[in-house]
Design a protein around this ligand. Structure first.
Ligand code: EPU
Length: 335
């Protein structure tokens, strides 16, 4: 366990924003959490950081930031076709996916190259290319911050939804997730290649876990910027969900708008398209802009302040409301 006072958060967020935290603590064993979470420390506000890949710091954090570095992948159970694994929350999500792909375990190959840590994955039910964490999720363990009681939540306890879970609603900032159990397949894999671009790229290729993962990596690399080059947090906004009557009037006015049917009453609209059509692609304000290949991603061109990124995001929101009467909701946590 290492404690830093007034520590810089620059290396702890993928927007590469240089804000400070009153206290920053790096913890590599769950037992150290109990040592650290004394009554005195619990009086402060607290934030658990995964990879810092979905967070925008707009000012100093006047509390304690816990960076979890607990590692390990454990085999819990297996039968002929399936395997249950428990992954410590401080593992990098992508390192875990690489491990699964190398061992030919199926279920997370579509989620290749997503930044962040395993412990953060259930919070927003990470998803990409037609698969969400909930599809392989079995349970997660954690600690309640107020009582320090340990819990294990099943899939239904977590109330997963599109980029959301109980950890973003009722239990927001009230828990620390310490490990996640996932169900992977050993054989009879059910590949998901419904996502248009993935399907097209795999037309002449044998469907294997490795080939799907390789294609996902290729698509992601072509669309999403490397945070080491341009600070970013992936999609800044969620794709808005609108009802059927709003959808009908929208496609009457804008026949090209890309959408995905969710159920008989609801449609998901492409936020990238709304931003693209609002002419943000070549805009740059105070070293902040959108990524040319995917305007849903806001990028730091270098040394932008968190506040500059927030102001730019507000400008996007206001313009999209003006043009389409749709309010974009942030996917990124803003502090
Ligand atoms: N589009 C444009 N202009 C552009 C780029 C895209 O109009 O410059 C339109 C296209 O019509 C395209 C559509 O936007 O078909 C959707 O783009 P994309 O396929 O990249 O997917 P997305 O809906 O924008 C979501 C996730 C991503 C995830 C991809 C792939 C959200 C908020 N974002 O993006 O997640 O990787 O699908 O599944 O759901 C993340 O959460 O950080 C993230 C990157």
């Amino acid at each position: 366990m290492e404690v830093f006072r007034n520590g810089s958060l620059k290396k702890f967020n993928t927007f590469n924003v240089d804000e400070k935290a009153k206290v920053l603590v790096e913890i590599d064993r769950v037992s150290d959490l109990f040592t650290f979470l004394t009554k005195e420390n619990q009086k402060d506000k607290m934030l658990v950081l995964g990879g810092g890949s979905n967070i925008l710091f707009t000012k100093s954090y006047e509390g304690i930031i816990i960076s979890l570095k607990n590692k390990g992948i454990k085999l819990i159970d297996e039968d002929e076709n399936n395997i249950l694994v428990e992954i410590s929350s401080g593992e990098s999500w992508n390192d875990f996916v690489v491990w699964a792909v190398e061992n030919n375990f199926g279920g997370v190959e579509n989620l290749s190259l997503i930044p962040g840590n395993v412990g953060a994955a259930p919070i927003q039910n990470i998803g990409a290319y037609g698969v969400e964490l909930k599809d392989v999720f079995y349970s997660c363990k954690g600690i309640m911050l107020d009582t320090l009681n340990e819990f294990e939540f099943t899939k239904s306890d977590c109330e997963f939804n599109y980029r959301s879970s109980i950890f973003k609603s009722t239990l927001k900032n009230k828990t620390i997730i310490t490990s996640v159990k996932l169900n992977l397949t050993k054989s009879k894999h059910n590949f998901n290649v419904d996502y248009k671009e993935l399907k097209e790229n795999l037309l002449d290729t044998e469907l294997t876990i490795k080939n799907i993962s390789d294609q996902v990596i290729q698509i992601r690399k072509s669309k999403l910027p490397d945070p080491k080059i341009f600070g970013n947090c992936g999609s800044f906004f969620k794709n808005p969900i609108i009802n059927i009557s709003r959808h009908e009037s929208l496609i009457n006015k804008f026949p090209d708008i890309p959408f995905f049917k969710i159920d008989n009453n609801n449609y998901k609209i492409s936020a990238a398209w709304l931003i693209d059509q609002s002419d943000f692609k070549n805009k740059k304000v105070k070293n902040v802009g959108v990524y040319s290949n995917q305007p849903l991603v806001i990028i730091n061109h270098g040394n932008a302040k968190g506040k500059d990124i927030l102001d730019f995001a507000k400008e996007i929101k206001e313009t999209v409301i003006g043009n389409f009467d749709i309010e974009l909701e942030e996917e990124v946590l803003i502090l």
